[in-house]
Write a protein that binds this ligand. Structure first.
Ligand code: HSE
Length: 438
């Protein structure tokens, strides 16, 4: 006898909620063949009840109060797609307390409150699935948590914010300025409601927190991620980087390095021959390096209605398959058994080593470059390349670009402050970190 379909309560009928309803409907048969039962959204909560929607609400009861869904005995899985912390945290914890499984795309919630949520879920024996929280449709959680379980993972690095990647691509390909590229990302619905969350690197830091935890078996610790946004990147840097054979990408990087874990999100020059350099627009790509497998690369749409719904629905299928299994025999939420999570220290950014791109404006006269290179030398910084450009019309200072070899951040900070103090140097030294991702 065929089992009854599983009842899902859907919280949030925005871009991803609508995509989820459409995918569940369109692929209902395939999904049921995979899950062993049908999966149907029976109730949904939306902020705006009168909004015109791009999907049919047939068979779905529209409810006002999200707590009515998480307290409803007929609902077995709660799908949280409202985002943000408040009231999402309380809704998810109530669902767990009521013995319901949860599927969420909420990266902020998992990065900031995941430790508490997974502990509550463990006690109650329910699943909290969060594939859609990282890199949209790319099944990166599944890959790292299960597919690479035989590896000691060394590095996870990638383009995990589509909005930043879209902006940087538009600036390079179309010559757009930052503001107009951002407006276009907002119009296309990729950006968060508060776009500062994207362009200041917060969204990528949420995702990196989650990736680092499942890659290295460490607790979720968002507050330890070093973060720098893309708002200061100008078209000239994109252009100079290109001349040097590099592209500027906003990367999230987590590395299990000597002395601790590196957790950082910042604009980065990467060699244009690296596969990640050709990832453009809203697409995401994550490089995972394991000791057994070596480098692996995962590419796909990092945002958007159906790409993200693809991950949400995969989680729903996973939950339906695993909900009858003994909780002890399920894949642990954070890949490692809860008692085996270890609090390896996270490095301070001062101790992280990278190569650097420096751009400064200096008076064009004998001895100036020698003074600058002497300061770099005193800090043990080796120079890889120097380019001096023509001055802008009538300007007294010429742009000079340096590429350096790898050095500790602390040395570079010291060198930059000494260079900025030179009379012959005008204004600030602008620096972007360089990674070969080798
Ligand atoms: N604002 C996010 C991005 C959406 O641009 O990647 C997907 O998490």
């Amino acid at each position: 006898m065929a089992l009854k379909p599983v009842n899902v309560g859907l919280l949030g009928l925005g871009t991803v909620g609508g995509g989820t309803i459409n995918v569940l409907r369109r692929n209902a048969e395939e999904i049921a063949r995979r899950a062993g039962r049908g999966i149907r959204v029976s109730k949904a909560v939306a902020r705006d009840h009168h909004k015109l929607r791009s999907f049919s609400m047939e068979g779905i009861a529209l409810i006002e109060d999200p707590f009515a869904i998480v307290n409803d005995p007929e609902i077995e899985i709660v799908c949280e797609l409202i985002g943000g912390i408040d009231p999402a945290r309380e809704i998810v914890l109530t669902a767990i307390r009521n013995g319901k499984h949860v599927v969420t795309a909420n990266k902020a919630l998992i990065a900031l409150h995941g430790n508490e949520i997974f502990e509550a879920a463990r006690r109650k024996g329910v699943i909290v699935a969060f594939e859609a929280a990282v890199a949209g449709g790319i099944p990166i959680i599944k890959a790292v948590r299960e597919g690479l379980a035989g590896n000691r993972i060394q590095t996870v690095a990638g383009i995990i914010n589509g909005t930043c990647n879209y902006i940087l691509s538009e600036m390079r390909e179309q010559g757009s300025d930052f503001r107009s590229a951002l407006s276009s990302a907002q119009r296309l619905g990729y950006a968060e409601a508060d776009a500062a969350i994207d362009v200041e690197g917060v969204d990528a830091a949420h995702k990196l927190t989650i990736l680092a935890s499942i890659a290295f078996g460490i607790p979720l610790q968002f507050d330890k991620v070093y973060r720098e946004g893309i708002t200061q990147i100008s078209p000239v840097d994109i252009h100079y980087a290109e001349e040097l054979g590099y592209r500027i990408k906003s990367l999230g990087i987590a590395r299990n390095a000597p002395g601790g874990i590196e957790l950082r999100v910042h604009p980065t020059l990467i060699p244009e021959r690296h596969l990640i350099a050709s990832v453009e627009g809203i697409m995401n790509a994550v490089l995972v390096i394991g000791d057994a497998i070596g480098p692996t690369l995962y590419y796909g749409a990092g945002a958007g209605a159906e790409p993200t719904a693809s991950a949400v629905v995969a989680d729903l299928v996973d939950v339906v398959r695993a909900m009858t299994a003994d909780p002890e025999n399920r894949v642990p939420h954070l890949a490692f058994q809860p008692h085996a999570i270890s609090d390896i220290s996270v490095k301070s950014m001062d101790d992280v080593e990278t190569a650097y791109y420096l751009r400064l404006y200096a008076v064009d006269r004998p001895g100036v470059l020698a003074n600058i290179t002497a300061i770099l030398g005193q800090q043990d910084i080796s120079i890889e390349a120097i380019i001096q450009k023509e001055p802008d019309h009538g300007a007294r200072h010429v742009p000079v670009i340096f590429l350096t070899q790898r050095i500790r951040e602390r040395n570079m900070v010291e060198a930059i402050s000494k260079i900025e103090a030179l009379d012959a140097v005008d204004g600030k030294v602008f620096r972007i970190r360089v990674e070969t991702l080798a």
